[in-house]
Design a protein around this ligand. Structure first.
Ligand code: SAH
Ligand code: SF4
Ligand code: F3S
Length: 466
């Protein structure tokens, strides 16, 4: 089935189910409480905000403890095995809550259960899970939940389709200054290690006019940090006759002070035009998250990444020349099937050459249904573990010095609240999307301030309010 837009008719039907769930839960005699948790990437967190939005319209309040909840929902991630194991553990732990409170509804959704074999395992192993639904039917959550209340039948709904675009779903935002805005869904890249294309379906973009008006409204509502989301934002608009840099230009024109961030940018179609638009913009973040995955051309080919290290280095060089204060971050996988110690050394070499500000590093995790899962993988786990520690050391020492180049500069910082590690300080984000801590009053929260940078830490900067 091709990608389709959810019709107004279908959305109306869901609003009708929202009212019906409201009526059913009203009979509980208290406001129903939901405990929801999203695992995985920002896209999943953004989906979770829509699920919360629908729950709020269904009359639910929210609680931080699953024990007291009338509904517990886990929105899951499938990207690596440990993410999945964690979910199995956490769902299993709900058993005794449900025994104490048989009226509790337990739901599991998201990428992990979009895989048929996982959904079936979840269903068999945990008879107390009431509802399992995949990524393509999230907008039908009210209908599915109503089915549980109405018929009490366990439901698994994971249609294997290319995907849909559903507009107008209510959103309950989890942060007050920062808002995530998905601009596209799915992925067509089929990197051989990655499960995302399988569980998220084909690439589909939202209408540019809808993205632009949503962002405009967020800015006028006082949101100061807008995070655009897509598995590969550089593919945005291929089906809409507009490019991602063109969209960014449209999002740069609103009045007021705000930052626009985006992730993720695939190197294969990251263009000079994109870099130029960032460099010439007023609001686009000076941050590029450009996952390189490996420094070996042989491995990049096996990964089906469609670029080589020469192309990557050329891009980085251009970006640094156009945006001197750019923060550059990346993702790296260690131990891809068939990777040798020599290949791995090339990754370290590339890291030394580029000098990433930070790198998210992962040990390869075999995902059933991907091409890489069929490849020979002779290197033992302990050996990969040793390489991984070596990588952490290299990035650790690079990262420690990376931010030093900002010391002495003045940064425009959006103050977001009290520091996570140091409550006596305020914390915020710079135009480069770097965390900046400084002393000041709570009334600065949600405002932009100038901060003189005095110290570089591996993951943050410290400074003084000007
Ligand atoms: N769409 C993004 C990545 C999304 S997944 C992109 O292409 O850049 C986030 C990161 O998880 C990937 O960049 C990759 O480094 C890592 N990852 C994905 N699948 C993995 C696997 N099977 N094992 C280990 N790491 C993986
Ligand atoms: Fe996965 Fe590659 Fe798509 Fe990123 S671009 S989501 S790594 S298949
Ligand atoms: Fe995980 Fe799905 Fe995101 S697999 S990384 S939650 S798209």
């Amino acid at each position: 089935m091709a990608v389709s837009r959810v019709s107004e008719e279908e959305l109306k039907e869901q609003r009708f189910f929202i009212q019906r769930v409201r009526a059913v839960t009203h009979l509980l005699g208290h406001q129903p409480l939901a405990y929801t948790h999203s695992y995985g990437c920002q896209q999943n967190v953004s989906d979770g905000e829509k699920i919360d939005g629908m729950l709020a319209e269904m009359g639910f309040g929210f609680t931080d403890s699953p024990e007291n909840a009338d509904l517990v929902l886990y929105n899951t991630c499938a990207v690596r095995e440990n993410a999945e194991n964690r979910v199995f553990g956490n769902v299993g732990a709900l058993k005794h809550f449900k025994e104490k409170n048989p009226g509790m509804v337990v739901a599991v959704c998201g990428c992990m259960v979009q895989q048929e074999h996982i959904a079936q395992r979840m269903k068999q192993r945990f008879p107390f899970v009431d509802l399992i639904f995949g990524t393509h039917v999230q907008h039908r959550f009210p209908e599915l939940l109503y089915g549980i209340y109405e018929k009490g039948e366990r439901t698994v709904c994971i249609p294997d389709i290319d995907g849909v675009v559903a507009e107008g779903i209510p959103v309950r935002r989890s942060e007050s200054f920062k808002a995530s805005v998905p601009i596209m869904y799915g992925c067509n890249n089929f990197c051989t290690f990655c499960i995302v294309p399988k569980v998220r379906g084909r690439e589909r973009s939202r209408e540019p006019s809808e993205v632009i008006s949503e962002v405009g409204k967020l800015v006028s509502d006082g949101y100061k940090e807008i995070l655009l989301l897509g598995q590969n934002v550089n593919s945005y608009g291929k089906d809409k006759g507009i490019s991602f840099p063109e969209l960014l230009k449209g999002l740069d024109k609103f009045e007021g002070e705000y930052y626009v961030e985006f992730m993720t940018s695939h190197p294969k179609d990251c263009s000079h035009e994109l870099i130029d638009v960032i460099a010439d913009s007023r609001h686009i973040s000076h941050h590029l998250h450009l996952p390189v995955q490996s420094g070996s051309d042989r491995i990049l080919k096996l990964m089906n990444r469609h670029y080589d290290t020469a192309k990557y280095l050329e891009l980085v060089e251009y970006a640094k020349s156009r945006i001197p204060d750019l923060q550059l971050t990346t993702d790296i996988i260690v131990g891809f099937p068939g990777e040798t110690y020599e290949d791995f050394q090339m990754t370290l070499e590339l890291m030394n050459r580029v000098g990433f500000d930070s790198a998210y590093t992962f040990i390869y995790s075999r995902r059933e249904g991907t091409k890489a899962a069929e490849m020979d993988d002779p290197v033992p786990a302990e050996e990969k573990g040793r390489w991984f520690r070596e990588l952490l050391e290299v990035q650790g020492s690079l990262g420690e010095r990376a931010y030093e180049r900002y010391v002495g500069t003045t940064m425009r910082v959006l103050c977001t609240g009290r520091g996570r590690t140091d409550e006596t300080l305020l914390t915020g984000r710079s135009r480069q999307n770097i965390i900046v801590d400084f002393a000041g009053d709570d009334e600065l929260c949600g405002r932009f301030v100038d901060v003189k940078i005095t110290k570089a830490l591996p993951w943050a900067l410290k400074g003084e309010l000007l």
